[in-house]
Design a protein around this ligand. Sequence first.
Ligand code: C5P
Length: 317
Amino acid sequence: MKVTVRSFAKINLGLRIGSKRDDGFHELLTVYQTIALHDVIRVSVARGDGIEILCGDPRVPRDESNTCFRIVERAMAALRAKERVVIEIEKRLPVQGGLGGASSNAVATLLALERALRKPLSTEERLLVAAEVGSDLPLFLVGGTVLGMGRGEQVYPLTDLPATPCVVITPEVGVSTPKAFAEWDQLTLPAASDRMNELGRGLSAWLSEPYSSAPSHFLRRGGRAGNPLLWLDRAGIENDFEQVVFPEYPELREAKRVLVRAGAKYASLSGSGSTLYGLFASKDAAAKAAKGLRKQGLAAQATATLPRAAYWKKLFG
Ligand code: C5P
């Protein structure tokens, strides 16, 4: 039996890096948001043993360094299952792009595997297995707008941002996340706890806006009360990684500026990059901006944020 699932990407609506912990990870505070861009994953099980990864993209590893491989190993042990597992990855998302592609692929693989084996893990086991493989995996077990804390693996569903038009720019360069964290540690900054509190205040201000019930025309109407996208900026919600990634790759800072000039209400680096995204007030504005950016030679795609219910419906749909 072959199970096919969509493996959606995420963006970060703000990301604060806190202090480095004894285990080497950094405290994080972020809001993850799933978007409609996706890879496709196919999982099949057969008699035998071993894990095989098939992927047309040479940048995707086929061995145990692949997150899909690692999650299957753990899930098979937790389920006490002994079959051969074949994972096909149809890669459309950038590799090392800050869109959580590898993390999302692993979660999609896990969900497809459970279906293929007809053996579900409990919610707790699923979250545990996901967090063991990487900090950015558990968010994909929630979907929609998700608060991330701890090293990013502690996830809490937030009231969903309504489906919002979005333009994603995927530059050629890949940014190494561990390297970006290491560079962050070299910066001299005010106390980490103050900075976390500051983003916490910004997020509460933003989240207390009544956007959850806002019909889409609210997004088109200007003004502070009606536009949650403008609030993101006003609340001072930003991504700390920009401070270390932009100096190294000035073209990414420029791409963010270009998004704003093209009409984005809010633009940011996603995760540690190199992907940049802009949120737009209408689908038309996003489509037009993406077209204009492509004319300037940037790899831009128009898409939309994916609220929780749509995420789960389309994952298996
Ligand atoms: O958890 P994940 O495998 O995605 O993390 C990759 C690397 O990124 C870690 O080994 C660590 O160096 C760094 N990291 C970190 N703090 C986090 C998440 C990741 O320092 N909160």
